[in-house]
Design a protein around this ligand. Structure first.
Ligand SMILES: [Ca+2]
Ligand SMILES: [Ca+2]
Length: 167
């Protein structure tokens, strides 16, 4: 019993120490994340920013990842944050860029995505917080809006490049 506990602790320690992220990236469960409130931009520029840092706009795979992101964003100034979800290709068909995978997990604000009631072409998804919106649940907004990038990359795959700047 004690031995198996020691072995468990050993393996947990190994798992943690194997998780490597570049400076200014935050590690969580096998991924590294870069949040940059000072590089807010339109969606296309945010996508390019993440690509330049050897990542991609975040793909939110499950409730755990979504909760991690929300907890982190609550510590930053209230604003919108681009995620990698878009229906640019086919209106109404939301896919995670760049692999074009349909989302298994979703956390839309109730009533979203709505293309602003059909009056705007809102093809890009954001985790959003302001006085009127929910607590970083997802909304669809026009891709020319200015939001911060959340970039994601695999942890420990390429330790020597791609460090980003926060603040
Ligand atoms: Ca992910
Ligand atoms: Ca909307």
């Amino acid at each position: 019993m004690v031995l198996s506990l020691i072995i468990l602790v050993y393996f947990l320690g190994e798992a943690v120490s194997d998780t490597f992220c570049p400076d200014t990236w935050v590690a969580d469960r096998g991924s590294c994340y870069l949040f940059n409130p000072d590089r807010a931009s339109n969606y296309a520029d945010a996508r390019q920013y993440c690509s330049q840092h050897n990542g991609h706009l975040v793909v939110v795979n499950d409730v755990h990842e979504n909760k991690f992101l929300k907890d982190f964003l609550r510590r930053l100034k209230p604003m919108g944050w681009w995620i990698g979800l878009t229906d640019e290709l086919v209106e109404g068909e939301w896919l995670w860029y760049p692999k074009n995978e349909a989302p298994e997990y979703k956390d839309w604000v109730p009533g979203e995505p709505n293309s602003n009631g059909g009056t705007l072409d809102e093809d890009c998804a954001s985790m959003y917080l302001d006085d009127y919106h929910h607590d970083y649940q997802w909304v669809d907004v026009h891709c020319n809006q200015i939001h911060g990038p959340i970039c994601e990359r695999e942890a420990g795959t390429d330790g020597n490049s791609g460090g980003g700047i926060i603040g």
